[in-house]
Design a protein around this ligand. Structure first.
Ligand code: ADP
Length: 199
């Protein structure tokens, strides 16, 4: 099955675009959704997280306390690597299992850090970038999450630049501040039809 790696910076519109492909019949596997599930109450990563970092990063419902973890890894880069060493192999395992079960004319793997980590780059046939200017990313994420501008910029500075992403893209969906939802839909639809013709 044709495998598309869908990526883009935070707030670029990856989820929105992936939802459209899903609506049109593609299989979508989102590594962010999987990462989130792994750290929910009873998530597969929670026993190792509790054992490694202690109760201070576990919320009362048994899920990972994201704010506490964000602070911890911000002040201690080694703990970020430890967390990644727990989570990444589990994401890979669950993603590959869901990819094997995929149906439809192509599979979309949503990987926010596709360009940064390289791990998934060799597993996909094409890279599709949802492209957005940084100012629009900040305002969308602010509206969606209520994070401070500082926190958003911190996240963005750990991500690839717009140029670095575009450099590896086979396909691009422009979703900048001037893009209306219906323009986004039209652009995504063209790619959907193209991929179906390749598949
Ligand atoms: P990502 O998954 O890349 O972080 P999302 O798809 O969640 O980004 O989009 C971020 C926010 O911006 C969401 O609330 C989404 O509905 C909104 N959004 C994305 N694209 C547009 C657009 N073209 N017009 C208006 N709102 C948009």
């Amino acid at each position: 099955m044709l495998k598309i790696g869908l990526t883009g910076g935070i707030g670029s519109g990856k989820t929105r675009v992936a939802d459209l492909f899903h609506e049109w019949g593609a299989s979508v596997v989102d590594t962010d959704v999987i990462a989130h599930q792994l750290t929910q109450p009873k998530g597969l990563a929670m026993p190792a997280i509790r054992e490694t970092f202690g109760d201070k990063v576990v919320a009362s419902d048994g899920s990972m306390d994201r704010a506490a973890m964000r602070e911890l890894v911000f002040h201690d880069p080694a703990s970020r690597r430890t967390l990644e060493a727990i989570i990444h192999p589990l994401i890979a395992q669950v993603t590959e299992q869901q990819a094997r079960e995929a149906q439809g004319c192509y599979l979309v793997l949503v990987v926010p850090l596709l360009v940064e980590t390289g791990r998934w780059l060799k597993k996909v046939d094409r890279v599709c970038v949802v492209d957005c200017d940084p100012e629009t990313q900040v305002s969308r994420v602010q509206a969606r999450s209520g994070l401070t501008i500082d926190a958003i910029e911190r996240i963005m500075s750990a991500q690839a630049t717009r140029e670095a992403r575009l450099a590896v893209a086979h396909d691009v969906v422009l979703n900048d501040g001037a893009t209306t939802p219906s323009q986004l839909c039209t652009r995504a639809r063209k790619l959907h039809e193209y991929w179906c013709s390749l598949a």
